[in-house]
Write a protein that binds this ligand. Structure first.
Ligand code: HEC
Ligand code: HEC
Length: 293
């Protein structure tokens, strides 16, 4: 097919518009103007772009960018907001630093702030061992119940968190259950007997004769820490053996293993790793989990 292009501007009869003068095989191109609204929007966009270019950061360079005469920067805006946030918290943080634990608990605003800060710090530092919400894991005590190794009053919890347990800190909480089997302090038969006695304290099924023999072993070797009736001793972090709450487990196998080898669980010291205010907030939070005294 042969294509001829003729340039000849003329009026189109049907629309009354001029043509551009372009014609292909008898088809003529109309020169319809753009709608007015479109043209003005287009100009407005150009004007807006120029204004933006002048006012705001716009054009990247080799080692920076055009800053714009307003000097606006999103990074600085964020920094300002963060600084404002810190300033708003400062009042509470100084409040927490200045108040003692009982005062924090008595002041609703400080208490709320401490609980919020405590839950965050707990998630970051403690939940790996103690479980979310202090629910506990085998070997890592529940912090949400009434059973305490070292004590559940504010000052007790504060000291435990600050100095740790068998942590190597100068003021650590320290005690050592002897390894009755590994260090041959008791005969295997005596260990078996005393394990039966420990089970009997929580009403579990036991060999009665063995448990009776075990009671004597218990009085001689265990009562000094765990109490004559197995109620435990907080000055030594010795758990109660006559409740249903177990740190390591209440089955015969676990109890026997603990008696043979002891466990001597370690809780790290947080003084120096967390700020004094954070330790206070954690104390308030743990105390409020349900077992606080
Ligand atoms: C590396 C694991 C670990 C981490 C992390 C840890 N703990 Fe512990 N925590 C322990 C162990 C183990 C014990 C029990 C030690 C024992 O056998 O006497 C304990 C005991 C405690 C006790 C004493 C409970 C009682 O019954 O007297 C408190 C309170 C406590 N932890 C709070 C915390 C807080 C708060 C944090 C976070 C700042 C934390 N722990 C982080 C392992 C950990
Ligand atoms: C010097 C103090 C001390 C003596 C003595 C001692 N214990 Fe313990 N016992 C502890 C401490 C402290 C713990 C828990 C802390 C740890 O080891 O992590 C514990 C834990 C236990 C547990 C684990 C409890 C649980 O909740 O899982 C059992 C069981 C136990 N002792 C039995 C005995 C028996 C039986 C004897 C005597 C043959 C004995 N203990 C003697 C201090 C002692």
């Amino acid at each position: 097919m042969e294509s001829v292009m003729v340039t000849k501007v003329e009026k189109d009869e049907i629309t009354g518009q001029s043509t551009t003068g372009h014609e292909w095989d008898g088809i003529k191109e109309l020169n319809t103007p753009l709608p007015k609204w479109w043209v003005y929007t287009f100009y407005a966009c150009i004007a807006f772009a120029i204004l933006w270019f002048v006012l705001y950061p716009a054009w990247p360079g080799v080692d920076g960018y055009t800053k714009g005469i307003l000097g606006y920067s999103q990074r600085e805006a964020v920094m300002e907001r963060v600084a404002e946030g810190h300033a708003a918290q400062a009042e509470y943080r100084t409040g927490i630093a200045a108040a003692d634990l009982a005062e924090i608990r008595a002041d609703p605003a400080l208490l709320n702030f401490a609980l919020a800060g405590g839950v965050a710090a707990f998630g970051d530092n403690c939940a790996t061992c103690h479980g979310g919400g202090g629910a506990g894991n085998v070997g890592y005590p529940t912090l949400a119940d009434d059973s305490w190794l070292w004590g559940g009053a504010l000052e007790d919890i504060h000291a435990t968190i600050n100095y740790g347990i068998r942590s190597g800190h100068d003021e650590e909480r320290y005690s050592e259950m002897p390894r009755f089997g590994a260090d041959e302090l008791l005969e295997p038969a005596q260990i078996d007997d005393v394990a039966e006695y420990v089970l009997s304290l929580t009403g579990q099924e036991t060999d009665k004769a063995a448990a009776e023999r075990g009671q004597e072993v218990f009085m001689d070797n265990c009562a000094a820490c765990h109490g004559e009736s197995g109620g435990g001793d907080r000055t030594q972090g010795a758990p109660a053996l006559n409740d249903q709450i177990w740190l390591y487990g209440g089955d015969k196998e676990t109890v026997t293993d603990v008696i043979r080898n002891a466990r001597r669980g370690v809780m790290p010291a947080w003084e120096g790793r967390l700020s004094p205010e954070t330790v206070k907030m954690l104390t308030i939070y743990v105390h409020a989990l349900g077992g606080g005294e």
